[in-house]
Design a protein around this ligand. Structure first.
Ligand code: GDP
Length: 195
C-alpha cells in the first residue's frame, strides 16, 4: 500500500495539469461505487479522497502525489449520477476526453465496478472507451464483503460478460470494509506504470 500520499491540486482542464514526466494513473467509476473508500484504503488515510461528497458534484480531476512522486493518482468525478444536468454531463465528457487524448503522463486507468450489480450503461460506455484507448486497464470490483459465497463467481462472470471484458486486463475483487485485495491492487498498479 502507499507509503506516502498527498493531495496536490484539482484541475478543470489542461490549463491546470502539471508539467513534468511523472506517470499518472486515472481512477474512474460510477458515483457511490466505493472509489473514494478504495483510494483512502490504499493510502490508509480516511480523509484523503473525500468520502460522501455530494455524488457527482465535483467536476474536477484531483491530483495526488504517491510515494514521493513514484506516480500521481488522478481521481475523476464519479459518473452516472442521475440528477446531474445535461450541460454538466457534457463538461464531464469533455474534460475526460481532453485528458485521455492529450495527457502524455497517463499510463494506466483503474475502473471500479460494484460487484453486487450488473454494470450500467454508463459503465459499459466507459469500459468500451477505455478499451479503444489502448491504455493499460485494471478493473476493481468493490464491496466483496456484501456478496454471499455463491454470488462471487456468478457476479464476476456477469460483470465480465456485460462489459465484454478484455482478458488482457486485470480484474481484482476488493473490500474496503474488510481491507481485502489492497496489497494485490497496489502491486498491479506498480506493474502497470513500470511496464
Ligand atoms: P464513491 O462515490 O465512489 O467515492 O464512493 P464512496 O467511497 O463514497 O463509497 C460509497 C458508499 O459505499 C459509502 O457508504 C462507503 O462506506 C461504501 N463502501 C465503499 N466501499 C465499500 C466496500 O468495499 N464494502 C462495503 N460494505 N461498503 C463500501
Amino acid at each position: 500500500m502507499f507509503k506516502q500520499s498527498v493531495f496536490i491540486k484539482s484541475a478543470a482542464d489542461k490549463s491546470g495539469w502539471i508539467e513534468d514526466e511523472i506517470p499518472e494513473i486515472l481512477f474512474v467509476g460510477r458515483s457511490n461505487v466505493g472509489k473514494s473508500s478504495f483510494i483512502n484504503s490504499l493510502a490508509n488515510n480516511k480523509k484523503l479522497a473525500k468520502v460522501a461528497n455530494t455524488p457527482g458534484k465535483t467536476r474536477l480531476l484531483n491530483f495526488f502525489d504517491i510515494n514521493n512522486s513514484l506516480f500521481r493518482l488522478v481521481d475523476a468525478p464519479g459518473y452516472g449520477y442521475a440528477k446531474i444536468a445535461k450541460d454538466a454531463k457534457m463538461r464531464f465528457a469533455e474534460m475526460m476526453e481532453e485528458y485521455f487524448d492529450e495527457r502524455e503522463n497517463l499510463k494506466a486507468i483503474v475502473m471500479l465496478v460494484d460487484l453486487r450489480h450488473k454494470p450500467t450503461n454508463d459503465d459499459q460506455e466507459m469500459y468500451h472507451f477505455l478499451k479503444s484507448s489502448n491504455k493499460r486497464v485494471l478493473i476493481i470490483g468493490t464491496k466483496l464483503d456484501k456478496l454471499k459465497r455463491n454470488e462471487i463467481i456468478r457476479n464476476e462472470k456477469l460483470i465480465k460478460e456485460t462489459l465484454n471484458f478484455n482478458p488482457n486486463h486485470t480484474f481484482i475483487k476488493v473490500s474496503n470494509e474488510n481491507k481485502v485485495g489492497l496489497e494485490e491492487s497496489f502491486e498491479v498498479l506498480i506493474r502497470l506504470i513500470k511496464e
